[in-house]
Design a protein around this ligand. Structure first.
Ligand SMILES: C[S@@+](CC[C@H](N)C(=O)[O-])C[C@H]1O[C@@H](n2cnc3c(N)ncnc32)[C@H](O)[C@@H]1O
Length: 226
């Protein structure tokens, strides 16, 4: 399927296969540059990663407060190289981490080899079917901005809303350096509109060298979220 997106210099056609190929290519980089901007210094990437881990930990602690217990099963959508997976695992009994890029998953398995409660699976987030259970929480960081087609994003958000009681969603909303043709900037409100039954219960900002991401904890399904 072709997805049209605007990029500096004009409108270009980007296919879903091209996006998948770009991620396979990015997986050949080293370190955090595989999942962060390669133009940024390693020290900034390391600092923002620490900040992001802290936000994810704080929001999963809020989920535990809301549930009155530790989250049992947490879903990580687009885990990349496992940059955040150990943080998630520290706040959950079990983690199901998915990504579409095999080399990213290979690295994530290495990163988490000491964590038997983490299960990895190769899945396209924009082709998911609802699982048989509902997760207590999901964590999705800098992934949905790469789902360019609006109807594909709508379907993806519907499945997410059916599949989890809480969602930590971190996505760019402002970019100092224009985002590439592989990404699309959207606001938190744009995403909330696509998630049936969503209510923002915590909102923070992650600053990445002038690029701003919202970091929202979203409860889904009202009383059922507890
Ligand atoms: C910017 S990286 C972020 C990785 C991780 N969430 C983190 O914060 O370190 C984006 C990741 O999402 C994955 N990804 C992009 N689109 C995807 C899709 N439609 N389904 C599953 N994974 C996807 C890529 O393979 C890549 O590993």
């Amino acid at each position: 399927m072709n997805t049209t997106t605007s990029a500096p210099g004009g409108t270009r056609e980007v296919t879903e296969e091209e996006i998948a190929a770009e991620w396979r290519e990015r997986a050949r980089r080293t370190g955090l540059r595989r999942v962060m901007r390669s133009s940024q210094p390693d020290s900034l990437n390391a600092g923002v990663t620490e900040q992001t881990r802290a936000v994810v930990a704080q929001q999963l602690t809020l989920v535990a407060d809301r549930l009155g217990r530790r989250p049992r099963h947490v879903w990580e959508i687009g885990c990349g190289i496992g940059r955040l997976t150990p943080t998630i695992a520290a706040h959950a009994e079990r983690v199901h981490a998915i990504d579409m890029t095999p080399a990213m998953l290979d690295q994530a398995r290495v990163t988490c080899r000491h964590l038997p409660a983490v299960e990895f699976e190769r899945v396209r987030a924009d082709r998911m079917r609802p699982p048989l259970e509902r997760y207590d929480a999901a964590v999705c960081v800098w992934v949905l901005m790469h789902v360019l087609g609006e109807s594909r994003l709508l379907d993806t958000c519907r499945v997410i809303a059916e599949s989890t009681r809480h969602l930590t969603l971190i996505e760019y909303e402002h970019a100092r350096v224009p985002v590439s043709k592989w990404s699309r900037l959207r606001t938190l409100d744009d995403y909330v509109r696509l998630l049936p039954g969503a209510e923002v219960v915590d909102e923070r900002v992650v600053d990445y060298g002038g690029d701003r991401s919202f970091a929202a904890l979203i409860a889904i399904g009202g009383q059922d979220a507890r």
